[in-house]
Design a protein around this ligand. Sequence first.
Ligand code: GLU
Length: 476
Amino acid sequence: MIPKNEPSFRQSVDMMFNRAVALLDLSPGLEQKIRVCNSTYTVRFGVRLRGQLTTFTGYRSVHSEHMEPVKGGIRYSLGVNQDEVEALAALMTYKCALVEAPFGGSKGGLCIDPREWNEQELELITRRFAYELIKRDLIHPSQNVPAPDMGTGEREMAWIADQYARMNTTDINSRACVTGKPLNAGGIAGRVEATGRGVQYALQEFFRHPEDVKIANLAGTLDGKRVIVQGLGNVGYHAALFLSEMDGCKVIGVIERDGGIQNADGIDIDALRDHMIRTGGVAGFTGGTFIKDGAKLLEEACDILIPAALEGVINMGNAARIKAPLIIEAANGPITAGADEVLRNKGTVIIPDMYANAGGVTVSYFEWVKNLSHIRFGRMQRRQEEGRHQLLIDELERLSNDKQLGWELSPGFKEQYLRGAGELELVRSGLDDTMRIAYQNMREVWHGKEGVTDLRMAAYLVSIGRVAASYRAKGL
Ligand code: GLU
């Protein structure tokens, strides 16, 4: 939650937008058109549960329709309100533009604590909420395509897809009305891990540029870097897992709802996640020291801090005490505009949310395309590719049997080379490419345009430039 004495989340996003847009030569009219949220629909609906009628409040906000459909998750949380969904919808616009996902920005939310309701009740509530949105084309394959967000996942998306199909029985593209569905309901391999995977790819790309790493007062590769993660939900869990298992990072701190866990030798992420699933929290985990005031861990010394939970967790109250030289915003809006300024002045490098957590919407884009094309990625070409690879291997093997040449294939090469790419490999390759290119676009502006002081400003400039170009192309 954003502290009371600081600007609201939406105001914070606007302030960051304003800093960047000042460097562009847009007409004031166009600038305003891009900044404001086009519409926010509020719905209050009743569902009969536990013998009585309960009223729920939900929102779907559309920030920009410069491209359609508009895209963005649906969040279930008691903190949901109009200001929050509007801020998140704006971030979706910039995020999609930055990673070249051809969507406008949108976001939805339902004011509910999902842990208070059982699965059957949640299905009734979700279907009713979806019904209200579908009726108004606020869920629609070519108009508005939701996805999971905090408090929602594959299960809710499957209910939404089914609700849409029931109400649009002849729509052949009905599955494209929502992304983040389970595989058996039209989902795509690699969507659940996508945002965390994107955080990993973003950091890998950052560390491919030694000049940028130096600005953060760091050196070398990701190997051995000390990481603190806030929030071990879907995004934080996958990011922490991949970074520790594949890049040699040491996760020395994890912050959760009920406290934090600290271990200078590195925390076993899977063991901690299992413990959380069993007990509902991190307290009692034996693989590290438990700290009651988890938020204090944000201020511990580390190389990379990954806020992966709520907005506003780094604010004017703690920004000056944050020691991490590099912060990657896996959550949306974890740093308030005020804290952003404090950190910038300290020289902290911040890899901004609209880039860092764009892996989710990127893979959502692939899922949407898969749904519209009605075919799994790789289905046509995989065996043909394998056949061609086999030809080459046969030839190499024939040559390596020639004792006179005296060479042989490296162990494992044949198996690795022969394997054609399935859907998961293609999704990962597409995501990796997207994260690399978007970073390179940002850093070109960061280092190349006068007046640009940081990556967030650069990200806004790239995005706003693209949104402005599509408005101009429409004659606005
Ligand atoms: N909720 C995610 C986000 O904030 C994913 C959105 C999507 O896939 O449309 O980016």
